[in-house]
Design a protein around this ligand. Structure first.
Ligand code: PMP
Length: 319
């Protein structure tokens, strides 16, 4: 590609986002007009809580399906409660905004919604109380966040997962993502795809932006919610799906060395979807192929989110 071609591509990719319609300060307007002042509290102190949900475009149906919209926005409201924020919009109102953004952007591809509540006052003191909160949401096109055409190579991070009593991990708070960014960069710069956090006790927690599951002797195992994990909507979905398919599930402490002897290992999240792991700390997982339980749950998940499984239609908002 010529240098001019590369620049053209970059501008096109950027303009898709900046010309898209976002919701900010109570209005729908182009993303390029949605700006904040440099002294905004959230920018200075990371006092923002966010969500992230996907809309899957089904070309055959000519419809976009948003996956577990209400559950995502309820979690956002709970994150806000932890951070002493008053959500400016109700869950129902935020649902309306997501639907309206999908309509206004005429989404005919897979997209990702980023709703967030942030401390929008121009305020110097790092505190939670008596600082005004605002709500905003934007959308971007998004296919795979991690390459799921092959098995991932992951490594246990030298960074520990933030402890509940340092930054509450149940709040999806932007400040806490410094922890994720440190681990992700370390992993990628060392030639891996993703990092695995241990919690402060030394038990397995999660990835930098994904929950983790392993399979041992036919049992699907995931670190329980007290292992400093984010209570992922996809995690909950996988547990519900496994139970519906009569796969035994255990939520419990997971020791690091269990990763090395697991039959199967996968990460899951809104971005990652169901991404299987082929190698952890240079040890091949199982026989190095995607295992049967992962295959089954992944196929199930992908058919549900695309609206081709009537059994779980109640998880979808069709537009
Ligand atoms: N853990 C962390 C730290 C995350 O950022 C995410 C992504 N939101 C997840 C887990 C997965 O959560 P969900 O399935 O709700 O996207």
């Amino acid at each position: 590609m010529t240098a001019k071609g590369a620049v053209g591509l970059l501008i096109r990719a950027m303009s898709i986002e900046l010309e898209s319609i976002a919701f900010h300060e109570g209005q729908y307007r182009p993303l390029r007009e949605c700006n904040v002042n440099i002294s905004t509290h959230a920018l200075q102190y990371g006092t923002m809580v966010f969500g992230g949900m996907r809309g899957y475009f089904n070309a055959e149906h000519g419809r976009l399906y948003i996956f577990r919209l209400r559950d995502h926005l309820e979690r956002l409201t709970k994150s806000a409660r932890i951070m002493q924020m008053k959500p400016p919009l109700s869950v129902e109102e935020m649902q309306e905004v997501a639907i309206e953004l999908a309509r206004r952007n005429q989404a005919r591809q897979n997209i990702y919604f980023r709703p967030f509540i942030y401390k929008s006052a121009l305020q110097l003191s790092p505190r939670l109380h008596d600082v005004q909160d605002s709500f905003a949401m934007y959308v971007i096109p998004l296919d795979d966040y991690l390459d799921t055409t092959r098995g991932l190579r992951v490594a246990v991070s030298s960074w520990r997962r933030i402890d509940e009593n340092i930054i509450p991990t149940r709040a999806k708070a932007s400040g806490g993502y410094i922890n994720s960014a440190l681990a992700k960069s370390e992993a990628v710069q060392n030639g891996n795809d993703e990092a695995i956090f241990l919690d402060m006790r030394g038990f397995v927690s999660e990835g930098s932006a994904e929950n983790l599951f392993l399979v041992r002797d036919g049992v699907l195992i995931t670190p329980h919610v007290a292992s400093a994990v984010l209570e992922g909507i996809t995690r909950r979905t996988i547990i519900e799906l496994a139970r519906a398919r009569n796969i035994p599930v255990a939520e419990r402490d997971v020791a690091r060395s269990e990763l090395y002897i697991a039959d199967e290992l996968f990460l899951c999240g809104t971005g990652a979807q169901v991404a299987w792991v082929a190698e952890v700390d240079r040890r091949v997982v199982g026989n190095g192929e995607m295992g049967p339980i992962t295959q089954k749950l992944r196929a199930d998940f992908l058919s549900i989110v695309r609206g081709t499984n009537p059994e779980f239609q109640h998880w979808l908002t069709g537009i």
